[in-house]
Design a protein around this ligand. Structure first.
Ligand code: NAD
Length: 472
């Protein structure tokens, strides 16, 4: 049975009346209501499904206009969404979150990312085109809530999909606000009004419903190990952007002053909440003192042995399996807050705490997601690479190296085998800040799509015309 455009509009209108402006929405809504956000996750999935069918009936030119409107709305609201994210989650620094929101709005590829491949020959003509999946279930993290929703929405809508988000419950307000702003932009550009949907109260239950729903064709999961493992067991196609623990190698040929400045900038950006941020440094013994001295000049605090022990007793704890995990109270907090909590008098300007430890210390092996950077001394390149591989823990995520020796850089990049390898720059250069290339906030590490973009969220379809249509 076919369904007309006007009937689709009618159904969305009916659902909108049914689910908007209710008491749950009212609690967090502006006067305009929360486009795309529903009490019932089933209603959200249905609205996204119907809206996606409307989207694919629009021309590609119209889709491009919708994407431009989404970018503009995200840029116009970058500051307010950054402050909201900071206030709601308590993570990071608002000024860095503004950068992330703008980066996602400006450097996420749009429809130009979709390339049609054509084969022509004696037997005729064949096209391979990038087609949408339909409705994507997107599970988003607390660490980059607004930027991930902006980035995923631009990529997934460019690819012709509708999206049902399951934002992290502790970042739901800012995530729903971002969804609302983007939906308003889509609607204002003549697109469907519920292309981006979510439950008003996203929970682990709504996440499970999304992961098992018959109308969700693809799952895109950005988060830690637990959610990636759950999604992988769903039986659906999954694009998983999992955790990392990015090591940095500094060898004896590096420009140490620059390496110190770059590591400080990357590791302190948004209080180290980014999955790509420098988490531990393996530095040649011969240049270690100079590196630490230069980092201290860049406003890093060097903790002594007793202070490191105190920090360990405060900022990490053991989970039920005896594995070290960060104490959530300190995730994404300012360095001065962490130091004060350990009874160490701290300057509010400190960007990072430096802790010189052995390579098996929990500050090296744990993804801390806070501005405490482990520094470990090594004798040579093979020791540095070996220890960096162990610390990276097969996440295949990100690594950095500071060196002027191309052979050393090549050997480390090949052996570490990470999705992103940054040479002589802060980690965020790998995401297109002070570095070339497009951006994403969803780096698909375990499933291998790498830095996702619109084409990652398409299925390839072939159309063959046999024996004709050529002009030679
Ligand atoms: P998290 O894993 O706690 O939450 C991520 C999402 O998964 C949330 O929406 C949450 O509600 C959901 N979730 C968590 N456990 C679940 C379960 N058992 N079943 C169903 N849904 C579940 O992650 P977080 O703390 O918000 O984010 C930080 C983690 O995400 C870090 O490990 C970081 O490295 C990683 N991350 C990776 C990327 C990347 O691109 N690879 C980007 C950002 C964050």
């Amino acid at each position: 049975m076919s369904i007309t455009d006007s009937r689709i509009e009618e159904i969305i209108g009916e659902m909108t009346n049914k689910f908007y402006g209710n008491s749950a929405a009212g609690a967090i809504t502006s006067k305009t209501g929360y486009l795309g956000c529903f009490n019932d996750i089933e209603a959200a999935i249905e609205a996204a499904r119907l809206s996606q069918r409307q989207l694919v009936q629009l021309s590609m030119e119209h889709r491009a206009k919708i994407i431009s409107a989404m970018r503009k709305a995200a840029i116009d609201n970058a500051v307010c969404l950054a402050h909201m994210a900071n206030e709601e989650t308590g993570f990071g620094r608002a000024e860095d979150k503004i950068h992330k929101n703008l980066l996602a709005a400006e450097k996420t590829p749009g429809i130009e990312d979709l390339r049609t491949v054509v084969f022509t020959g004696d037997d005729g003509l064949t096209l391979t085109e990038c087609a949408p999946y339909g409705v994507i279930g997107a599970i988003t993290p607390s660490t980059n809530p607004a930027a991930t929703v902006i980035n995923n929405s631009i990529s997934m809508v460019s690819a012709g999909n509708g999206v049902v988000f399951n934002p992290h419950p502790s970042a739901k307000k800012v995530s729903l606000e971002t969804i609302k702003i983007l939906n308003e932009a889509i609607k204002g550009a003549g697109g469907p009004e519920a292309l981006l949907c979510s439950a008003i109260e996203p929970t682990l239950e709504t996440s499970k419903t999304i992961m098992t729903h018959k109308d969700i064709r693809l799952l895109v999961v950005t988060g830690g190990e637990a959610v990636v493992n759950v999604a992988m067991r769903s039986g659906k196609r999954v694009i998983a952007a999992g955790p990392g623990n990015p090591p940095v190698i500094v060898d004896d040929t590096a420009d140490i002053k620059k390496a110190a400045a770059d590591i400080t900038k990357g590791a302190s950006f948004d209080n180290n909440i980014l999955c790509i941020a420098e988490k531990e440094v393996f530095v040649f013994k011969t240049v270690a003192d100079e590196l630490v001295r230069e980092m201290v000049k860049n406003n890093c605090y060097r903790a002594d042995k007793a202070e490191i022990d105190k920090l360990q007793s405060v900022i990490v704890e053991k989970d039920k399996d005896g594995k070290y995990v960060p104490n959530k109270k300190f995730v994404g907090k300012n360095a001065s807050f962490i130091l004060n909590a350990c009874g160490i008098k701290a300057n509010a300007d400190f960007k990072l705490v430096l802790a010189e430890v052995d390579s098996d210390h929990p500050f090296v092996t744990t993804e801390l997601l806070m501005p405490v950077l482990a520094i470990s001394r090594v004798d040579n390149l093979s020791e540095a690479i070996h220890k960096a591989v162990v610390a990276e823990n097969s996440c295949k995520h990100t690594a950095m190296m500071h060196s002027q020796n191309v052979t050393n850089l090549t050997e480390a990049a090949r052996t570490l085998d990470t999705t992103i390898f940054v040479k002589n720059a802060p980690s965020y250069a790998g995401l297109g800040i002070e570095g070339e290339g497009y951006t994403t906030l969803t780096i698909a590490t375990p499933t291998g799509e790498g830095l996702t973009s619109a084409k990652s969220f398409t299925r390839l379809r072939r159309c063959t015309l046999s024996g004709s249509f050529r002009i030679i």
